[in-house]
Ligand binder design. Structure first.
Ligand SMILES: NC(=O)c1ccc[n+]([C@@H]2O[C@H](COP(=O)([O-])OP(=O)(O)OC[C@H]3O[C@@H](n4cnc5c(N)ncnc54)[C@H](O)[C@@H]3O)[C@@H](O)[C@H]2O)c1
Length: 248
């Protein structure tokens, strides 16, 4: 399918990581010029080497001024901004109840997983409004709708991110800027391997998708082909959340 992305531009946060890197590569392959944002300079260099013509920008997405500078730099260099993909995220505490969770841990999860999208998109909105058929894709998680024990901050942050996207799509109705979300279950990336351990991925007893599979969903939603999809998105959980507990 021709996605009509060639010649467009995109900014991707978390571009040094598993899903962000795969999205950057997939968009580059579609002819998109990408600006890559991450706090990890070495990981960012590795992604940039895979994406011809890309613009790597080292910044912490939770720092208001650094985000504003990075977005301004991207717009100045790319000349336009058709798409923003918010992919930067952290797990926070895994396996801890909230009594064992500090306020600093809770706030760190919300800062990266939710507030950063607010900061990046607030800075990027003038450029997005100037671009025809602009799009935003927020990388959320199935944790927005189902929960694993001991991950309350992460689950709450992803639900907040999904609703932020829905609210923003309403605010931007009429501005030709769509806002969508992708909510995958477990994806094989450094984040999930850090949380679950490499051994869990040797012969997994749970369905696992690749970062490239998630990137395909993101790229489609970012493309003008998905013009009717706004304020909603893709829940890619192998059907898990559709199952009832009713024992029929
Ligand atoms: N891996 C999974 O199983 C899974 C499932 C569902 C959703 N997600 C979501 O997908 C997104 C990407 O996750 P991933 O699995 O590729 O993780 P990852 O850890 O491989 O990559 C995340 C990237 O974000 C960057 N980052 C983190 N905090 C940052 C900050 N403050 N400023 C700038 N960059 C920052 C990291 O440096 C890293 O390069 C996250 O939002 C995550 O919650 C992941």
């Amino acid at each position: 399918m021709e996605l009509r992305l060639s010649g467009r531009t995109a900014l991707i946060t978390g571009a040094g990581g598993g899903i962000g890197r795969a999205v950057a590569q997939a968009l580059t392959a579609e002819g998109v010029r990408v600006a890559l944002l991450d706090r990890d300079a070495e990981a960012l260099r590795a992604t940039a080497a895979l994406c011809a013509g890309s613009l790597p920008l080292v910044a912490d997405v939770t720092h208001e001024d650094a985000v504003a500078d990075a977005v301004a730099h991207a717009v100045a260099e790319l000349g336009a901004l058709h798409t923003v993909i918010c992919c930067a995220g952290i797990s926070g505490p895994v396996g801890s109840g909230i009594e064992a969770t500090s306020l600093a841990e809770w706030q760190a999860v919300f800062a990266v997983n939710v507030t950063s999208a607010f900061l990046v998109l607030r800075a990027a909105l003038p450029a997005l409004r100037d671009a025809p058929a602009a799009s935003v894709v927020l990388v959320a998680s199935d944790s927005a709708v189902v929960a694993s024990p001991g991950m309350a901050p992460y689950c709450a942050s992803k639900a907040a991110l999904v609703q932020f996207g829905r609210a923003l799509s309403v605010d931007l109705a009429g501005d030709d800027v769509r806002v969508t979300t992708v909510s995958p279950s477990v994806v094989d990336t450094p984040m999930s391997r850090g949380d679950l351990g490499d051994a869990a991925f040797a012969a997994p007893e749970f369905p696992v998708q690749t970062a490239e599979e998630v990137a395909a969903h993101v790229v489609y939603l970012a493309s003008p082909r998905a013009r009717a999809i706004n304020g909603s998105g893709i829940l890619s959980d192998f059907g898990y959340s559709a199952r009832s507990g009713f024992p029929a």
